[in-house]
Design a protein around this ligand. Structure first.
Ligand code: HEC
Length: 93
């Protein structure tokens, strides 16, 4: 029984790590990580700081629109769909 629980926890954390690195890969291939890092400021703010600043504001859609809009943020090559996924990921950091 104990082994089953431990295996379950390990599987769950593997799945979680998998989702996180898939998003990180998307952020890399989309060029976001040229200007951003998760934990430190580069050209753009640290993504953890972005997450903290937007916590509880429920403005994920507005944020994605801002990034895709290329007016108040440098132009990105990611599709609108990918930007939505990326913003969703960023806000979980
Ligand atoms: C050429 C550099 C550059 C690239 C590439 C870039 N960013 Fe940014 N980003 C910035 C700068 C500078 C800011 C701070 C000014 C601002 O808010 O626009 C920023 C801010 C942000 C913010 C916070 C906006 C806010 O209103 O708080 C988010 C979210 C973000 N970027 C997401 C992304 C995503 C997702 C990508 C990749 C698809 C990306 N960025 C690519 C430079 C960049």
């Amino acid at each position: 029984m104990r082994a089953v629980i431990v295996t379950g926890i390990m599987l769950a954390s593997l799945t979680f790590a998998g989702a996180a690195s898939a998003s990180q890969e998307l952020a890399t291939s989309s060029g976001c990580l040229k200007c951003h890092a998760v934990g430190e400021k580069k050209v753009g703010p640290a993504l953890k700081d972005v997450a903290a600043a937007h916590k509880g504001k429920n403005d994920e859609a507005a944020l994605a629109a801002k990034i895709s809009g290329a007016k108040d943020h440098p132009k990105v090559k990611a599709s609108e769909d990918d930007v939505k996924k990326l913003v969703h990921w960023i806000l979980t950091l």
